[in-house]
Design a binder for this molecule. Structure first.
Ligand SMILES: NC(=O)C1=CN([C@@H]2O[C@H](COP(=O)(O)OP(=O)(O)OC[C@H]3O[C@@H](n4cnc5c(N)ncnc54)[C@H](O)[C@@H]3O)[C@@H](O)[C@H]2O)C=CC1
Ligand SMILES: O=C(CO)COP(=O)(O)O
Length: 329
């Protein structure tokens, strides 16, 4: 029988971790929310607001903030919600605290640089006694925190586990679909962030709504090609975590990745804002992995070249438009 998941741990008290903590509380769970910054956690305990990352949103009464990883040891499942590149470090530190078999759900969107591993592969290595799962889909932290209707996908290799976790975290405003296609779900979230930077550049350069739509459609073709080459199912890539999240993130400056592209398009160069934009960290490894399997991803390549300073925007746009005409695929 699946665990009842009475108590859920959240490792990472940024915008998304805090929003997920409230969502889990809304689903009727007891929630322990871990953040690494002791002073910020203390302030959260006193004010019941995560002023730094999710201002204006009150923590639900069932959420207990803590700066001690030990406090996650009683949790029946833990959501890992730190930036993708920090996932190995935090999952490794969690390992000694979690009971054997406690599911660990990756909620970040990226691919590990240096190893080219997807998030659940990183978790499996760093925390080998926990079955890994992935939660991803079109969902801004502010929307989820506000209780606006949102739908995402939760995947685990064990379909019964995915279903039980989805049931434990879901509510009328936060709907979770379950899946066994772990790879498909994690690829969609990682790739769409890179493509969203391109969409932002198109917006910042004022290239028009037609170009924006073309970018999404051709970007989706790249995501599909990459996903198929790495073992994703087509129906996952066309679902919430693939096409759904691509459309969301390529459409509004509410996305930090789109906003980064917007500023590049407007200003003409890459000036890091200090806000997390996972696509900027994923672009290089995504393009390298595409190349390795012979997958053509011209838009992702152009984003990577701009971010690395090897190409300016006019060159990047020019190289995309100058590609030889070909059959649509
Ligand atoms: N904000 C959003 O709307 C959504 C974000 N995500 C994903 O969630 C992940 C986290 O994003 P956000 O929470 O929005 O970022 P954020 O910038 O709001 O928060 C990141 C948190 O991680 C912590 N952190 C960073 N490095 C750490 C380390 N080495 N050890 C421990 N903690 C560390 C920071 O202190 C901070 O609390 C990203 O992969 C993002 O793509 C997914 C869906 C929605
Ligand atoms: O993943 C997200 C929405 O689904 C959040 O996007 P950004 O990280 O670009 O803000």
């Amino acid at each position: 029988m699946a665990a009842p998941f009475t108590r859920i741990g959240i490792a990472g008290a940024g915008a998304w971790g805090t929003a997920l903590a409230n969502a889990a509380a809304r689903a009727g769970r007891e929630v322990v929310l871990w953040g690494r910054d002791g002073a910020a956690v203390e302030a959260m305990r006193e004010t019941r607001v995560n002023t730094l990352h999710l201002p204006g949103v009150e923590l639900a009464p069932a959420v207990t903030p803590t700066a001690s990883l030990f406090d996650l040891s009683e949790c029946e499942a833990v959501l890992l919600v730190v930036p993708a590149q920090a996932s190995r470090e935090v999952a490794g530190a969690l390992g000694s605290h979690l009971a054997r078999g406690t599911p660990l759900v990756a909620c970040s969107k990226g691919i590990e640089r240096g190893t080219s591993l997807f998030m659940t592969q990183v978790l499996a290595q760093a925390c080998p006694h926990s079955p890994p799962a992935i939660l991803s889909g079109p969902s801004f932290a502010t929307d989820v925190a506000a209780g606006l209707p949102t739908a995402v996908t939760l995947a685990a290799r064990d379909g019964q586990l995915a279903e039980a976790l989805a049931r434990a975290l879901g509510s009328s405003s936060f709907r979770l679909y379950h899946s066994e296609d772990v790879r498909g779900v994690e690829i969609g979230g990682a790739a769409k962030n890179v493509l969203a930077i391109a969409a932002g550049i198109v917006g910042g350069r004022r290239l028009g709504a037609s170009a924006a739509a073309a970018l999404i459609a051709r970007g989706f073709a790249e995501l599909m090609r990459f996903g198929k080459a790495y073992g994703a199912r087509a129906e996952t890539l066309t679902g919430l975590s693939g096409l759904g999240d691509l459309i969301l993130t390529c459409s509004t400056a509410q996305s930090r990745n789109y906003a980064l592209g917007l500023s590049i398009g407007e200003v003409g160069g890459f000036h890091p804002s200090g806000r997390l934009a996972e696509g900027a960290l994923t672009a290089g490894v995504l393009v390298a992995m595409a190349q390795e399997r012979g997958v053509d991803m011209p838009i992702a390549r152009a984003v990577e070249a701009v971010l690395a300073g090897r190409s300016d925007i006019e060159q990047a746009i020019g190289s995309l438009l100058a590609r030889p005409q070909k059959a649509e695929s």
